[in-house]
Design a protein around this ligand. Structure first.
Ligand code: ACO
Length: 423
């Protein structure tokens, strides 16, 4: 492909162009400022490629999502979460033996340091579980310090992060309801261990319902990676300073918390409940979302990249019907969600702007069916996203183009002026 040409102030500049493996075109502007004196302006970075990545491919117009080349439809509900995590981090699916060893290591590394367990006693009862998760992950670096370029230690830290994120999540829930902590077992899958740690009682054997284990496995895989989304870009930004993996990932957790990102799943459920309490009058909320003078948005709708159906929402919608039927649950919020979706998809405002349900629209209804409290929905998202953040951390550290991330700006403030002391 030919170089791109830029004409600025009558002068012509050539910008090198490169093509990705799915024919995406990148214009290399690394020398732009040096040669022209100008910078690009792209609020929200909607047109900015911050790196080359081999982890996840998305075609937002066609509704395609692939991890390491595999379509999401062939992974979610088809392989175990631990196997998909291995794929994302190491670039290929594990052999049977590798899978068993890896899963065992994840469990053996899922025990929170005994001194750190006491931390749960000192959070305010008002703490949001995402706040607890971010803080606990950040403080892991004080229990497992060192790292820099020690490859073995990095891989041990990876196992600790994937293993412990679910323990932290389950313990913060058990603490909030005053129940004793339950520890994971090596003969359970990742999802089964999480459900056991959440819902078992030490007084009797807890058999993890298969339908719940499989639904959770699928949910976690659906959330595992989404290329340069806000939280992943945050992890990359922090790790570009050579911060350790715990500091980098905890920054990602905090970015995920916001309601325009991972926090949307909690916001969707609160919105559906509000509509149900309002006699199911979803037309009122559709009209509110369209008004320019109202900050209300239809939560779980719209996406920066997907201008077509989010493939994860498609999978989830089918799974919700199946799992709720198998569990014998009729959730009135599902009726509200389906009604809302039907109207929105025909409404000119949403059609024109290509606003479709995203991953968060139906996930909450499924979490609810599994007995997960609403304020923990985003924590579940973080558990699923952990292998993605780690894969990006490793890819970035190995990237020969790595530089500290430091965007430029176009200054629009006061010109030079001088302080004149009063006489
Ligand atoms: N409800 C109503 N209007 C919307 C919505 C929505 N959910 N989403 C976008 N729009 C409108 C915008 O107001 C804008 O209208 P305009 O052109 O008249 O000004 C137009 O659609 C384009 O939207 P942008 O704001 O440019 O979209 P952007 O890419 O910046 O934001 C985002 C994407 C944050 C996801 C947005 O669609 C949104 O806020 N959705 C609701 C929150 C949500 O569900 N977040 C989860 C995203 S998925 C994830 O992070 C896991």
């Amino acid at each position: 492909m030919d170089n791109a040409k830029l004409i600025l102030d009558g002068k012509e500049y050539e910008l090198p162009v490169f093509v990705g493996s799915e024919n995406e075109v990148g214009i290399d502007i690394r020398k732009l400022r040096d040669t022209t004196g100008a910078v690009t302006y792209d609020p929200g970075f909607a047109n900015t490629g911050s790196c080359r990545s081999a982890i996840t491919y998305i075609d937002g117009d066609k509704g395609i999502l692939r991890y390491r080349g595999y379509p999401i439809e062939e992974l979610a509900g088809k392989v175990r979460f631990s196997a998909a995590a291995y794929l994302l981090i190491y670039g290929r699916l594990p052999t049977e033996l590798e899978f068993l060893q890896w899963r065992k290591q994840l469990t053996l590394n899922s025990f929170i340091h005994a001194s750190q367990v006491n931390f749960f006693d000192n959070f305010s009862t008002l703490s949001h579980p995402m706040n607890i998760l971010g803080s606990m992950v950040s403080s892991m670096s004080s229990f497992y310090p060192g790292e820099a370029d020690d490859k073995d230690l990095i891989h041990h830290n990876i196992q600790r992060l994937i293993g412990q994120v679910k323990t932290i999540a389950a313990f913060s829930y058990r603490k909030s309801v005053g129940l004793p902590y339950i520890y994971p077992r090596t003969d359970h899958s990742y999802a089964a261990n999480f459900l056991r740690m959440m819902f078992a009682t030490p007084a009797e054997e807890y058999v993890v319902p298969k339908v719940m284990e499989e639904a959770l496995d699928m949910l976690l895989i659906l959330h595992m990676d989404h290329e340069q989304n806000c939280s992943t870009s945050t992890v990359r930004m922090v790790s570009s300073t050579m911060s350790n993996i715990y500091a980098s990932v905890s920054a990602g957790i905090n970015a995920l918390w916001g309601r325009l990102h991972g926090g949307a799943n909690e916001a969707v459920l609160n919105m559906l409940q509000q509509i149900a309490d309002d006699d199911g009058d979803y037309m009122k909320y559709i009209e509110m979302a369209k008004r320019k003078d109202d900050s209300f948005k239809l939560m779980g709708f719209g996406h920066r990249v997907y201008k077509n159906f989010d493939p994860r929402a498609k999978i989830l919608k089918e799974a919700v019907d199946k799992v709720l039927t198998e569990l014998g649950i009729h959730d009135p919020l599902l009726d509200v969600a389906k009604g809302l979706e039907e109207v929105a998809l025909k409404d000119e405002f949403f059609v024109e702007r290509k606003l479709y349900p995203n991953v968060d629209f139906y996930s909450g209804i499924l979490y609810r069916a599994l007995g997960i409290p609403t304020e923990m929905f985003t924590v579940l998202f973080a558990i699923g996203r952990m292998p993605g953040w780690i894969a990006h951390f490793l890819e970035m550290r190995a990237d020969p183009d790595l530089r500290i991330q430091r965007p430029r700006q176009v200054y629009i403030g006061e010109n030079l002026r001088h302080y004149e002391p009063e006489e």
